[in-house]
Design a binder for this molecule. Structure first.
Ligand SMILES: Cc1ncc(COP(=O)(O)O)c(C=O)c1O
Length: 378
């Protein structure tokens, strides 16, 4: 997060004083509506919808694309557990694609994993690290499969000048407490497509998004959920958005300096980044897990594999154990889902890379001299 303070306190106080806590009271000039316009403008998409979490945003994306029973959804093997849970709960089968050394989806493995059942590809921009979108979009377009960008960990990031979340058919953001901007818990979906937007809006608001102030929905109502965000969350994001680009600029400057210093020192290999000019994340990588372990023992370091918890697919217990709340909605108990695996041998290259890679913490607001000293001492 790039800070939180008086501006957010005042915006929340304003919301409470006026007694306008829901989107429906706020209307087109409410904080949610204004934040959505600001999100759409910043990312360069036609529509943004705020919801109550990144997980909800992913569910909206799946429903908007019509994902359901028997479909396969390809996702990279290094992500938070919510990414595979969204298709799984809709009775689709999440299938793993390896990451490459950049810690993001390997476009070659993506192409190998496509089958006639593949209905969506979910790429994940992990830890502010963009995927190789040029190659991924080329593969997806060749096969006519829509791409969802899980940009939950990369709000505001860019790939070759385009904002993450605006390149595929749908983008998903999270505003939980660990993200670039936060309202405690929250999320958003982004899309240029009117119909996908309507489907997401219906699903997020009990299937009946019929507010007077809003543009009419042009598709028939269908049963949905309640993933609505509140005006308090809207107020926080309205203020947090003002901190996003300045915060990212400071982080990028420090990541660049840290990268230069590590390269000058020549002791460690830097993990490849798919858009080095805009890098807002730094990781170092070793040839083998054993080599990492040898250095780590002296430095008291831990690799991603041992620190990332349920971001590592072998720790996705409900998927590894193939369990839903009742068996007849479990996609893994169907003929089509029986071969899906989340065992260690399902994406071995991903596990190997996570065992030999470590993030380098680069504080976004530390003095530059401090960053330089930290990197020389690494
Ligand atoms: C990559 C990724 N996807 C999805 C999510 C889900 O977001 P939320 O926690 O807001 O539901 C997260 C959040 O941790 C995430 O990191």
């Amino acid at each position: 997060m790039f800070g939180i303070g008086e501006a957010e306190i005042n915006a929340v106080a304003d919301t409470i004083r006026r007694g306008i806590l829901t989107r429906f009271q706020g209307g087109t000039e409410g904080y949610l509506a204004r934040s959505e316009r600001a999100l759409a403008e910043k990312t360069g998409v036609k529509h943004a919808l705020m919801v109550n979490s990144g997980t909800s945003a992913l569910m909206c994306a799946m429903v908007a694309l019509g994902i359901g029973k028997g479909d396969e959804v390809l996702i990279s093997a290094y992500t938070w557990i919510s990414t595979p849970l969204a298709p799984m709960l809709l009775q689709a089968i999440p299938k793993l694609v390896e990451v490459d050394e950049s810690l993001t989806m390997d476009p070659d493995d993506l192409e190998r994993k496509i089958t006639p059942r593949t209905r969506a590809i979910v790429v994940i921009h992990m830890a502010n690290r963009p995927c190789d979108m040029a190659r991924i979009m080329a593969v997806a377009e060749r096969h006519g499969i829509p791409v969802v960008e899980d940009a939950c960990q990369a709000v505001g990031g860019v790939y070759r000048g385009r904002r993450l979340g605006s390149i595929g058919r749908i983008g998903c953001f999270s505003f939980n407490n660990y993200k670039n901007i936060s309202c405690g818990e929250g999320g958003a979906i982004l899309t240029d497509d009117d119909e996908l937007f309507d489907r997401a809006r219906l699903w997020h608001d009990a299937g009946t998004f019929v507010q007077d102030y809003d543009a009419p929905v042009k598709i028939p109502f269908f049963a949905g959920q309640d993933y609505r965000a509140s005006e308090i969350e809207g107020a926080l994001i309205w203020e947090q958005l003002k901190r996003l680009d300045p915060g990212l600029a400071m982080l990028r400057e420090r990541v660049k300096l840290a990268t230069d210093v590590i390269q000058q020192e020549g002791k460690y290999q830097i993990a490849p980044h798919r858009d080095p000019e805009s890098a807002a994340s730094l990781a170092i990588q070793f040839e083998t897990p054993e080599e990492f372990a040898r250095v780590a023992a002296k430095k008291n370091w831990k690799n991603i594999h041992d620190t990332a918890g349920r971001h590592v697919y072998t720790n996705w217990t409900p998927l590894v154990e193939k369990r839903t709340y009742r068996d007849d909605i479990n996609p893994f108990l169907t003929e089509a889902g029986r071969n899906a695996s989340f065992d260690a041998d399902a994406a071995p290259r991903t596990l190997d890379i996570l065992k030999r890679t470590m993030y380098v913490d680069v504080p976004w607001d530390a003095p530059l001299a401090e960053i330089e000293r930290m990197m020389r001492d690494l």
